[in-house]
Design a protein around this ligand. Structure first.
Ligand code: PMP
Length: 405
């Protein structure tokens, strides 16, 4: 193999920094979330998953599964091509209509993932709007960062959720140049909300477009599950809403929603949309079932149970004296502050207690803020939480974390 040394060196560096990722081999089981079977070299064991982004358990929802069965039985497996070349099915069309309607926008456009939707849309906006300046929150997701890089637009990074800094940056630029502010509604590692109202006000004041990633909010917030913008009644002030079908909705795929002409131009120009095989019809059918279910009373029931469970877990951690971050959302970060002990805590919980929660280390979060990130769903119950807290307390002591500053 030629150039093997370069590959070995790259991996060596990742290992050296403790960033080498080992995946847990999980067998999810129909209808049994959050339980799953983990396969190890020396055998299998049942585990409780505490770190899934299948936030509401919709990936195991009977209605979603049945819709997917119906779709695969009638449409078969693949989509057959790009959207332009035979790859548009009724499910794609209906799902885009449903998403536009959900967000009260004129149109929506499906992508193969949330990552692709951000990357493809933001990179294309720079080509449509000459001289564009993009203002990006410093904690924006990698897919937005990549899209902004490739857009060719000038970039200004504002400190996370710091609207004064954003204002200062906006004030420095030529008022005539087109501007876009890109931010998220729920930041996935700290679980804090973007300052949507203030950002929309600044966008109006400085004549900027707004681009909102609602990936960690879709299905979870708002009367119909249309995200934080719906909950705050601000959706009409967001020009482009981006979401995923993979987290709250439990399936796979991403999308944008907005003004018809904007969506049509992205549809017509974005490489990441045009030059790739469209989502399998079965995925679109599952997502459609999930999105529509979460608009009903059952969706509202799941959303309120989800919030109750997140609050309950935070309370149980706090009552046990564990350093839980008091996030305002459904994300429950437990701060460890050291990469080795964070990994050791996660490993011991998995191997000794059958509790699976992935450690979150640098570069996903800053050094010194290593953590376990819990995402309790409506199907995690109080008994599972008590088991979890007892297990953490035992390992916490074992690792000397109770004595850490
Ligand atoms: N945006 C944010 C904020 C994310 O956290 C993620 C994935 N973790 C994505 C976009 C990408 O979404 P998807 O998983 O559907 O590709």
């Amino acid at each position: 193999m030629k150039h093997l040394k370069a590959f070995e060196d790259a991996l060596g560096e990742i290992h050296g920094e403790g960033r080498y990722r080992v995946f847990i081999d999980l067998q999810r089981q129909r209808g049994k979330f959050p339980k799953a079977i983990a396969r190890f070299e020396d055998g299998e064991r049942e585990v409780t998953i505490w770190c899934s982004n299948d936030y509401l358990g919709m990936g195991q929802d009977e209605d979603v599964i049945n819709a997917m069965h119906t779709a695969i039985d009638s449409f078969g497996a693949g989509s057959g091509g790009t959207r332009n070349i035979s790859g548009t099915t009724r499910y794609h069309v209906d799902l885009e209509r449903e998403l536009a309607d959900l967000h009260q926008k004129e149109a929506a456009l499906l992508f193969t993932s949330g990552y692709v939707s951000n990357e493809a849309t933001l990179s294309t906006l720079g080509k449509i709007l000459p001289n564009l300046i993009i203002y990006s929150d410093s904690l924006n997701h990698a897919s937005m960062i990549e899209g902004i890089r490739r857009s060719g637009a000038d970039r200004r990074i504002f400190r996370h959720n710091d609207v004064d800094h954003l204002r200062a940056l906006l004030e420095l630029d030529d008022p005539e140049r087109p501007k876009l502010i890109a931010f998220e509604s729920v930041y996935s590692m700290d679980g804090d909300f973007g300052r949507m109202q203030e950002i929309c006000d600044l966008a109006d004041e400085f004549n900027a477009l707004t681009y909102l990633d609602e990936v960690h909010a879709m299905g979870l917030y708002g009367e119909n599950g249309a995200g934080v913008a719906e909950m705050l009644n601000l959706a009409d002030r967001i020009d482009i809403i981006e979401g995923t079908l993979a987290k709250g909705y439990g399936v796979m795929g991403g999308y944008i929603a907005g003004h018809e002409t904007v969506i049509d131009s992205i549809r017509s120009m974005a490489s990441g949309f045009i030059f790739t095989t469209s989502t399998c019809p079965v995925m679109a059918a599952g997502a459609l079932a999930s999105v529509s279910k979460l608009r009903t009373d059952e969706g509202r029931r799941l959303r309120s149970l989800h919030q109750e469970n997140a609050a309950l877990l935070k309370k149980k951690f706090a009552d046990a004296g564990l350093p839980v971050m008091d996030s305002p959302s459904h994300i429950v970060p437990l701060m460890v502050g050291d990469p080795e002990r964070c990994k050791a805590l996660s490993d011991t919980l998995l191997f000794d207690f059958g509790i699976y929660v992935q450690p979150i280390n640098y570069p996903t979060v800053p050094r010194g803020t290593e953590r376990l990130r819990f995402t309790p769903s409506p199907v995690h119950d109080g008994a599972m939480m008590d088991e979890l807290v007892a297990a953490i307390l035992a390992v916490w002591k074992q690792l000397g974390l109770d004595k850490a500053a």
